[in-house]
Design a protein around this ligand. Structure first.
Ligand code: NAP
Length: 674
């Protein structure tokens, strides 16, 4: 049977690469899986298509519309996941490895979809921080905003997670309203192409919003502009080559680099053999070495233990690794599959030899072991040990991208911190300790060198997501050697694909720019129908209810104090209140003011407002004295969808006294019928 050729997707057409094609072999037995190449593509035209067609279409959609698109894409991938699992075996991955890649990828789309609908406005502009007062009378203000970049995102991905690697970058990019050109690593491009094809065939994506290159990127970099962004995942050597491209420097093209990383895991001084933390540590190191055959940028490469526990660690880890069944990933009793290719296996063997030459010795596993399947890229887990981690640079520098880790001793916590930081920046570090003081000292000493840190003990291990799992809601990336990049992290990840601009103008003008967000101080639209009587779709940002006023008496204050038990001096002791540097006498309770405010603005009948779900940014600004009166202005600040059947309205609540001084201000959140 002829080996199938992967297709590029350029300018909304599937195109076969011309000229020389590369053959992609199966990791299991070396048999050909696909041919690939991108010769003949017009890379400049692809960038133009993304900028001229994809970008405008995506930017026309609101954050919420794009968030719903992500969810639909995730569902489309899930509906055809078995096709992907079948291909995934050829990459050497077991079903469990494939689950992280395929369902983890779809899960990332779902997570960003949910974040987008809950945390972003149903509009096009994202506000950044609070309004800054720039003038005495408040007519001239400052507000930072984010708008979508108007170029293309070029995603260059590593081979190890062909589906997740694509989707974890696409999710924030599309949510930001930016089109993408995806270039997967060739070794596993057949799996990326299949997942990409599913998304195209779903018919959900606007034209020009995504394109695919299965092969080299030609002269693409020569045509990048200041509105484009390159997000690269792979080796330090390739990152360096791409990051120093003259166009990247000349045009200040954003360049996100996720590179290799000598991640460490540390057994705390309190966590000797016999403690739950010791057992958890052994389990975690073994898991990180064997999941995905250790081909994870976050895998534990350096395992550190107090010197007196290193022998016990070597024994326990060695026993655990010996029971790892390495074999054909399609077989159900296989715990660890193959590396991605023979070339990758040979590279890992060479890195092990480098570590040995630098003084580390193998204490478990044989790198030269016969493969369980002829022609397959198999390698058993290999554990190395060094007893003098300060005398060799290699254990902190050489990354064998496979099932390999080195154990090493430390003298005291300061020594462990210094050793962990000797990796010169990592994606993640885990510390196994049941002692809060140890955790604090470690994090203060090492935080600056690591992008993510897990502190694991007996109380959280069962629910821990694990050392090596990047999560959509948390930042993935690390300083220094790890590339200095940041991805995901919820809405933070979306902002990498947007431009922050400081706007200076009147509140009304800033409100007009923000669109779907009421800026305090901007004009309000007073409405006749009570806003609690309107479904969310009929409410407009800026709609305002102005209530009547009520007087707050001393009797009210005393009644409230007796009723609630809140007899704080400021409300109940005239002399003490006068003596305070803040009050001129007894004042109304803040909680009483809030309760009276609700009494003034609430419309009692059931629906469309279903429930009060919280207050945010509450400030009491002017004391309210007995005899003062209060009134409320309730304004729709923003609206967002929570699920299919409910929405959230954010109301700006401002409480004024009889002199129109602002007594209190806060945001009220209600759950509403959409
Ligand atoms: P790689 O050789 O650097 O390749 C990475 C990507 O760059 C591939 O898509 C590759 O395409 C592409 N590439 C190579 N040369 C290029 C060029 N001149 N122009 C444009 N693109 C080019 O890395 P790898 O061996 O695939 O991946 C393993 C490394 O990635 C490990 O060091 C690992 O630690 C790191 N990694 C880091 C993360 C992270 O999030 N920090 C995640 C996963 C992996 P071709 O395959 O077509 O050459």
């Amino acid at each position: 049977m002829k080996t199938p050729q992967l297709l590029n997707y350029a300018c909304d057409s599937w195109l076969a690469g011309e000229g020389d094609l590369a053959q992609l072999p199966s990791a299991i037995d070396g048999s050909p899986v696909a041919m690939t190449g991108s010769g003949g593509l017009d890379f400049a035209a692809m960038l133009d298509h993304a900028r001229d067609v994809g970008g405008p279409a995506l930017r026309k959609m609101t954050f919420h519309e794009r968030a719903r698109l992500l969810k639909a894409l995730g569902l489309a991938v899930m509906a055809r996941k078995e096709e992907l699992y079948e291909l995934s075996y050829s990459t050497g991955a077991t079903r469990k490895d494939g689950w992280i890649d395929i369902e983890g990828g779809a899960g990332t789309l779902f997570s960003f979809s949910s974040k987008g609908r809950r945390e972003l406005p149903d509009g096009h502009v994202l506000l950044d921080g609070q309004l800054e007062t720039l003038s005495r009378n408040g007519t001239f203000m400052g507000q930072h905003i984010f708008t979508s970049l108007q170029g293309a995102a070029v995603h260059i991905n590593a081979f190890n997670f062909p589906v997740w690697g694509m989707l974890e970058k696409l999710a924030p990019t599309l949510l930001a309203g930016v089109p993408a050109i995806v270039k997967p690593a060739s070794a596993t491009a057949y799996l990326t192409e299949a997942a990409f094809r599913i998304m195209i065939e779903s018919g959900l994506l606007p034209p020009g919003s995504v394109q695919l290159i299965v092969g080299h990127v030609g002269d693409l970099f020569d045509h990048l502009s200041c509105q484009d962004i390159v997000s690269f995942t792979g080796s330090a050597a390739t990152a360096m080559k791409l990051q120093t491209h003259p166009v990247i420097a000349r045009e200040s093209v954003r360049f996100v680099a996720e590179r290799d990383s000598l991640n460490a895991s540390v057994l705390g001084p309190d966590a000797g053999p016999g403690t739950p933390e010791f057992d958890l540590f052994v389990k975690e190191v073994a898991t990180e070495m064997t999941v995905k055959a250790g081909q994870k940028c976050t895998a534990i490469r350096r395992a550190m233990a107090p010197a007196e526990h290193l022998d016990a660690l070597e024994k326990a880890l060695g026993e655990r690794l010996a029971s790892t069944r390495v074999g054909d990933p399609r077989s159900e009793d296989t715990r660890m599959g193959a590396l991605v290719s023979l070339a990758q296996r040979d590279d890992v063997r060479a890195r092990i030899a480098e570590l040995e030459a630098a003084g580390a010795r193998i204490v478990a596993g044989d790198p030269a072991a016969d493969p369980p399947v002829e022609g397959g890229a198999f390698l058993p887990p290999v554990l190395l040990r060094t007893d003098d981690p300060w005398s060799t640079e290699a254990v902190h520098d050489v990354e064998p991208f496979g099932p390999v880790s080195t154990i090493m001793p430390y003298k005291d916590l300061g020594d462990a911190i210094a050793l962990a930081n000797r990796g010169r920046g990592s994606l993640c570090l885990s510390l196994f300790t049941h002692d809060g003081a140890t955790a604090r000292e470690f994090v203060l000493g090492a935080g600056a060198y690591h992008g993510r840190m897990l502190v694991i003990d007996r109380t959280n291990a069962a629910e821990s997501t694990g050392h090596g799992s990047p999560l959509p809601v948390l930042t993935h990336g690390g300083p220094g050697r790890a590339g200095g990049g940041e991805e995901m992290g919820g809405v933070r990840g979306v902002k990498h694909y947007m431009q922050r601009t400081a706007i200076q103008s009147s509140p009304a003008m800033i409100g007009a720019i923000a669109g779907a967000f009421y800026i305090s101080g901007a004009p309000k639209h007073e409405i006749d129908v009570h806003p609690f009587r309107k479904p969310m779709s009929k409410l407009n940002v800026g709609d305002t209810l102005k209530t009547g006023s009520r007087t707050v008496t001393l009797g009210d204050i005393e009644h409230f104090a007796h009723f609630t038990g809140d007899n704080f001096y400021a409300h109940m002791d005239e002399e003490a209140a006068r003596a305070s540097p803040i009050f001129e006498g007894r004042v109304a309770h803040g909680y009483l003011i809030l309760s009276f405010a609700a009494g003034l603005f609430v419309d009692p009948a059931p629906g469309p407002v279903l429930a009060n779900t919280g207050l945010e940014n509450l400030r009491f600004l002017t004391p309210l004295y007995p005899g003062d009166s209060m009134r409320v202005e309730l304004t729709v600040r923003s609206k967002s969808l929570k699920g299919e059947d409910t929405g959230v309205v954010r109301w700006a609540v401002e409480i004024f006294n009889q002199k129109d001084d602002i007594v209190a201000a806060y945001d009220l959140l209600t759950e509403n019928i959409p």
